[in-house]
Design a protein around this ligand. Structure first.
Ligand SMILES: C/C1=C2N=C(/C=C3N=C(/C(C)=C4\N[C@@](C)([C@@H]5N=C1[C@](C)(CCC(=O)O)[C@H]5CC(=O)O)[C@@](C)(CC(=O)O)[C@@H]4CCC(=O)O)[C@@](C)(CC(=O)O)[C@@H]\3CCC(=O)O)C(C)(C)[C@@H]/2CCC(=O)O
Length: 208
């Protein structure tokens, strides 16, 4: 049965189900990855987004296992933090912008990347969701090259300065990731990808 924990009114559920059935027809519905592509496309009202989503490693299973452990979810910006569903799982959702202000001031680097540097010790086994800031994804990739191992990175940085490059860099790393090809991405698809994994987790826990 189709569930959408966020659509908890009859009208909301009806709209969500209609939107999803349209996406299933256009994108297909054979794999868990297809579900992520569907929700990312719906989040921006553009089926082209589905063709831009890239998976590395067992990304979805890594996300589900992290939720099972109650691992933290760490976002680059508050918009992403706000959009991620908080109910029916035990993972804290943190925002990098709330950390590292002194590092940003001292080094003159972006606040989002400084926040990830300050959260280095919380990144091990965490789920990282980046929907905006390319500089923060580049900072994270550098820490992964130094041995830090997040469980899953959803990297959908957007824009014309380092967005495409930061995601190319992410896809060269031997860690589970979900990203978008090129300059497109943003808060909506990044949150959509994480919320679809949360929905899969809710389905599993409700079946128990
Ligand atoms: C260069 C930056 C970019 N931001 C883009 C697009 C959007 N940003 C919005 C908002 C409200 C915010 N962006 C910041 C994250 C801010 N934006 C940056 C930085 C200067 C550097 C990030 C980077 O290049 O890696 C970044 C500040 C920082 O030091 O990290 C934000 C914190 C700035 C602020 O207002 O305080 C803020 C996030 C607020 C939050 O916490 O939620 C936009 C809504 C546009 C706007 O400013 O109104 C939009 C959101 C896009 C999305 O889907 O998330 C760009 C264009 C992508 C650009 C990065 C790349 C480029 O091409 O320049």
């Amino acid at each position: 049965m189709y569930i959408d924990p966020g659509a908890d009114t009859p009208e909301g559920y009806a709209i969500s189900r209609t939107s999803r059935s349209l996406a299933r027809q256009v994108i297909g519905d054979r794999t868990p990855e297809d579900r992520i592509r569907q929700r990312c496309a719906i989040s921006v009202g553009d089926f082209v987004m589905a063709d831009l989503v890239r998976f590395r490693g067992e990304a979805i299973e890594a996300g589900l296992a992290a939720l099972e452990r109650g691992a933290p979810i760490i976002t680059d910006i508050h918009m992403v933090q706000m959009g991620i569903r908080k109910k029916e799982h035990h993972s804290e959702v943190l925002c990098a912008l709330d950390y590292g202000q002194e590092i940003a001031a001292a080094r003159g680097i972006t606040r989002s990347s400084a926040g990830f540097l300050a959260l280095r010790d919380r990144l091990e086994g965490a789920v990282v969701v980046i929907g905006n800031a390319p500089s923060s994804l580049l900072a994270l990739c550098a820490m992964v090259r130094e041995g830090v191992r997040p469980a899953l990175v959803i990297g959908m940085a957007v824009g014309f300065v380092n967005a495409a490059e930061s995601k190319e860099e992410l896809r060269t790393l031997d860690i589970p990731s979900i990203s978008t090809q090129g300059t497109r991405g943003g808060t909506p698809p990044a949150v959509a990808a994480m919320n679809e994994i949360v929905t899969m987790y809710v389905e599993r826990t409700r079946e128990r």
